[in-house]
Design a protein around this ligand. Sequence first.
Ligand code: UD1
Length: 426
Amino acid sequence: MRLKITGLNPLSGLVKIGGAKNAALKVMAASLLAGGSCRLMGIPKITDVNTMADVLRGLGATVDFQQDSSILIDPSGVNKLEPPEESVIKMRASIQVMGPLLARFGYVRTRQPGGCDIGPRPIDLHLKGFSALGAEIKKEHGYISAKASKLKGTEILLDVPSVGATENIMTAACLAEGITVLRNAAREPEIIDEQNFLNRLGANIKGAGTDTIKIEGVRELKATEYTIIPDRIEAATFMLAIAVAGGEALIENVIVEHQQALIAKLRETGMELIEGDNYVIVGRPVEKRLKATNIRTLPYPGFPTDVQPQFVAAMSLAEGTSEIIEGVFPLRFKYTEELTRMGAKATVDGKLAIITGVPGLHGIKLEAPDLRGGAALVLAALAGEGVTELKGLKHIDRGYEDLPGKLRLLGASIERTGIRKELQAG
Ligand code: UD1
């Protein structure tokens, strides 16, 4: 399947943001700890959620997607302690079941997750955390196992504030004996969401959102209902769609606090912004070019690495030169090769990209290299003269709930094509 985008249509209207991918996947994994069936609301309709559902089903849990877009997860049938290999290959977040399985069943085994297109992605910090809690870690022939008859609370200091390691250790420590103090923890909002979910199950966790999280182990957890927070990366992508294409939009279901790094930068570029209680209004008159500005991606509350590619798409059209430093994933500039083919001026040297803005881009045939790089190319195509055909839509569908449909509602000329061809190809 491909996307066909005809550029140079300014956007206007209202768009509603869905639930956060990176919270939904972790809360789904954490529901393995529940003492009964949990109802999760605000789960986005994205393929990564389907993959996590496959992981949970592969372990023996029941996962039911409901008519009202909630999902029911019942972990009482879990009878396998190894996430399906094909899911681990497809989606790295599959390894977030490790903490819950280890906590509840005292054992987990997984294929070593690979690196990916944005750079090496080790899990040493996850494993160091499990080991500090008393698990015995074994690595053989590309598989990793962790085993413990009873985990024991302890002090853990993360070498870098990894989001996944913070969450995996937090879930592992929930049922441990005694208190775990996790220092230099990541502070991303999705970690607060996971803490809130786990506490609703009966866990005793404090401090998520700060760099020190204290987890007091409890004997067992119960079931609950929970609504996932809105997706800050989806919201940021739409704010940047307006920056790129021009026009004005009200973006609804936004936790404005989560957007502060982007809002500050967009103000530097001359964008007009109004911050509401659960919305933002963003605007740029089409005839007014953005001003170039620099960013450096950092762990939260710094500028999010997941918004770097979309921001670069905007800077490729700004007046002046921007320096973009990628401080989280060193190889996250792959998409700039495609952007350059559209007429952007970008030079990349390791973690640094220098973007010299051009007045316009042109539509061509492109391929999305990864999820956020793909979103950046969609945005660039909105400002491209003529037609862009984008392959690799599967990357975008992993993390965006119908990005083309939502952009179309704002007035973009964008459609999916080639379904028949795909089906014929099998
Ligand atoms: C999560 C997000 C991803 C986001 C990233 C950073 C999910 C599903 N994904 O990924 O969208 O871009 O946070 O905000 O929530 N590291 C180690 N050892 C480890 C773990 C990580 O060295 O054991 C390093 C990584 O190589 C990277 C940095 O820590 O350089 C941050 O990675 P991490 O925060 O763990 O990202 P993820 O949790 O994989």
